[in-house]
Structure formats: C-alpha cells, structure tokens
Design a protein. Structure first.
Length: 394
C-alpha cells in the first residue's frame, strides 16, 4: 500500500529519518490495518522508503528499508537480528555481565521492537500492534540464530496504540524467578513475567559501574525515584557509608530489599523509604539533612496525589532541591530519559538550577546510552539518555 507524505516532510525522510509520524502523512483514505506494509511516497509518487504501519506513542509506523526491491519478510528480519547479535559479541563473551540489549529498535533497523538478553533468556518488547504482526518472523529468527533457554515478550500497547502492561512466556523453557543476572559483577534479580518492568534499567549500566568504582566510597548516598534500588546497590558495593532509597511505589521497598540481599548487603543497615520524593525533599530541608551524593533519575513524567512532574518543564526546579541537600564538594548524578530534549538543553537545566540556588558547580563526566543501545544519527530522539555527574563546588 502506498501512503503520501506532506511536502514539508519529504526532506526529512530523504535524509534517513525512520519514524512515520501522524503529522507527516497526508489524509489517509480509510483505516489502515496494523502491520500493513506501506510504501512512503511524495506528491510526485517518488519512492522514499518502505516499512510498516503501526500506532504507538511515537507515531504511525517505521521505515525499514530505502530499497524499493527489498522484501520485508522472514529473511529481512533474520538479517537485521543477525547483524545486531554479531555487533554484541563482546557482551556475550563477558562473564561479568549477563544482561544487556541485543536489538534496539530503529538503531538496529526495526523501529518498534526491542530485544533484551537475560542469562540465556530473550525478552522481546513490542511497542505497537503493527510490529507485533511480525512476531513469528522474529521468533523464527531467534530460533535460527541463538540457543536460547526461553523466550518472553512484553506487549506495550493496546488497541488504541497506547502502553499496556502485559507479558507472556513464548517458547523454550520457563525461567525460575527471580532470575539472577550479573552486571559488571553486580547481581540483580529480574522478573520477565511480572508487569511492564523487569527490575533493572539496562541503559544505566555504565553509570552504575562508575558510581561503584569511582564515587561511592565513604559517602552518604541519597537515591531518589529509586525503583528497585539498583543505584543504591552499586553505591553500597562501592563502599558507601549508607544509602537512602526513596520511591513512591509500595513495591519499591520489598524489591530494593531483594536487590540488596542478592548482593550480600545487609539491607537493615540501609534506609529504604516509601514516600513521594517531592515530600522527602521538603522533609530533608526541614531536618537539615545533607548527603555526599544525590542521585536524581526521575521518570519523564510522574504524577502523585499532590504533584505532576514533567522533565522538560520541571527538571531545573527538582535539581534545585537536590542541590540544597547536597554537601559542599558533594556529587549529584543528574539523569533524564526524556527524549524531547538533548544534552545541550539538559546542561542548560543544570546551569539554571545552580544559578537559581546560588551555588557553583563543575560537570565531571557525561554519559549517554551504553554501546548495546545502538542509535542512529538520523533519529536523534532515539538517543534519549542524558547523565551528568556534577560536583557541587560551593
């Protein structure tokens, strides 16, 4: 099926941009079924690319090839997945790390699909009903290319194209949960069968290692929006005097205790607090608490009973609060996974927060996505992770 794009978007597609957004399409004649293979053309019927139609939060489908004669079939999917696996050979050889990404959506040539590896098990995450129609091609590819123990999937969509917390065992043997994986020698308990999240965000691997190896020793560490406490584990293993983990979710406490336990850390010597982070900041200021290191990794968007947080708008204000409870010469690990702004904009947030708070700072290091989260320069939004390790000077 052919779909026309508006003339104002033609140059973007010609430059290699892979996402077919709703606003880029001319009026469609009727509904297009999810997973329909489409040819993207301009007003003069010039071929721009071939891909699939699939509604997700990012758009209405992805261009998969610029070659009009290339078939999008089993061989196509297998070729892309084989190339991705080959590029991650060094990860498979690393006995200290048994959890990483093996296929990163458009970065590896197929937008809307991610595949992660967890110690012999593969987890496929589908971001639209459209890409899900190619499930058999992807499974057959993995069967042909790997010796997996088992396959799991997470469907991050519903019929309207929004996220849905659903997952399932697909093939092979079922894992015993928690499945204990390694990351640079640290241990993490993961669950491939329990909601949208597995228990650890693999894209922060390099940052956790750096916290453990370089910054944690002898420090009191506050980990906000702590989820299952992975940063706290890294800090504790790196010799932190004490970690304090704060997250609003009730499950965060038991999950964090579990992560400490699988690393042989006495969780009773750490603080694990279930509370709105915004409330905790006010409490810390009131009690004049100070920390040697504050880790700030909020979701792009969060809502609690009294607060709505949007990273693009509210990050500087949040960082100001973190600055206030960080000791002089202390470290702030500021992170955002929001794809609507880049590192340059993120640095302007840091500058604004320190200016407003009347303190000075130095950015010691910057991090983006690790090597297994492959991105392409034609799709900057895919390179979403921004982390700055900041020293508060005065």
């Amino acid at each position: 099926m052919k779909v026309k794009v508006k003339s104002s978007f033609v140059k973007r597609f010609e430059s290699g941009y892979p996402l077919i957004s709703e606003e880029s399409l001319q009026k469609l004649n009727g509904d297009i079924a999810e997973g329909t293979l489409i040819e993207v053309i301009n007003d003069q019927n010039k071929f721009l690319g071939k891909g699939y139609y699939g509604k997700q939060n990012k758009g209405r489908g992805w261009i998969l090839t610029r070659n009009q004669k290339e078939n999008i079939d089993q061989a196509f999917f297998e070729g892309k997945i084989k190339k991705a696996l080959d590029q991650r050979k060094s990860f498979f050889r690393d006995s200290d790390t048994t959890a990483f990404r093996v296929f990163n959506g458009e970065g590896d040539g197929i937008g809307g699909l991610a595949i992660d590896y967890f110690d012999g098990y593969y987890l496929m995450t589908w971001y639209s009903e459209g890409i899900y129609t190619f499930k058999n091609e992807v499974i057959t590819s993995l069967e042909n290319l790997t010796k997996f123990k088992g396959l799991y999937e997470k469907k991050r969509f519903d019929a309207k194209g929004s996220y849905m917390e659903d997952d399932d065992f697909v093939a092979g043997e079922r894992a015993e949960f928690p499945l204990i994986v390694k990351e640079n020698g640290m241990h993490f308990a993961v669950y491939l069968n329990d909601g949208a999240m597995v228990g650890v965000f693999l894209d922060q691997r390099d940052v956790r290692k750096r916290i453990r190896d370089t910054y944690a020793k002898g420090k009191s560490v506050l980990n906000t929006f702590s989820y299952t406490g992975a940063f706290s584990v890294a800090a504790a293993l790196g010799g932190a005097v004490k970690t304090t983990s704060v997250d609003l979710a009730n499950r965060s406490k038991s999950k964090t205790i579990e992560q400490f336990a699988v690393n042989g850390i006495d969780f009773e010597s750490q603080d694990i607090i279930v509370e709105d982070v915004f409330h905790y900041f006010k409490y810390a200021v009131r009690k004049q608490l100070k920390f040697d290191m504050v880790i700030l990794d909020p979701p792009s968007f969060a809502r609690s009973k009294k607060h709505t947080f949007s990273a693009g708008k509210d990050y500087p204000k949040l960082l100001e609060q973190a600055i206030e409870i960080t000791e002089k010469e202390g470290i702030i690990v500021a992170s955002s996974n929001c794809s609507t702004f880049d590192m340059k904009k993120f640095k302007s947030f840091i500058e604004k927060a320190f200016t407003q708070s009347g303190h000075t700072y130095k950015i010691l290091e910057e991090y983006g996505l690790p090597k297994d989260f492959k991105t392409i320069k034609e799709f900057k939004e895919g390179n979403y992770l921004k982390v700055a390790i900041i020293k508060k000077l005065t």
